[in-house]
Write a protein that binds this ligand. Structure first.
Ligand SMILES: [Zn+2]
Length: 111
């Protein structure tokens, strides 16, 4: 079964009230690139058009689409983005998992 990731995008500057985007992907980095060049969700298109940088964190991985989608829906329902966003919480252990920083149309670091 394919492994999917739940990821959160933290916007370096809020767009109106929106500071985060929660999504799922098989290849989060590829999906992140799409978000950054305005080919992702409507919200991230606007964020990208406004030259707002984003950071991506993979927050969990699951086997199969349906489990992953269920977890995404659960998080959207129960959690304030700030409470699950590693960038907002500054949890260092999360930083080691996967942190991608993006601003001004280039990747600053990927590890
Ligand atoms: Zn955040």
């Amino acid at each position: 079964m394919i492994t999917w990731s739940v990821y959160i995008l933290h916007f370096n500057t809020k767009y109106k009230h929106a500071g985060h985007y929660l999504g799922i992907a098989i290849n989060p980095l590829e999906r992140f690139k799409q978000h950054c060049i305005g080919q992702g969700a409507r919200l991230t298109q606007i964020v990208s058009n406004n030259k707002i940088g984003m950071q991506q964190y993979v927050i969990s991985k699951h086997k199969g689409f349906s489990r992953t989608h269920k977890e995404e829906k659960r998080l959207k329902r129960v959690a304030h983005p700030e409470r699950i966003c590693p960038e907002c919480k500054m949890i260092k252990s999360y930083l080691k998992i996967w942190r991608v920083y993006y601003e001004n149309n280039r990747n600053e670091s990927i590890f």
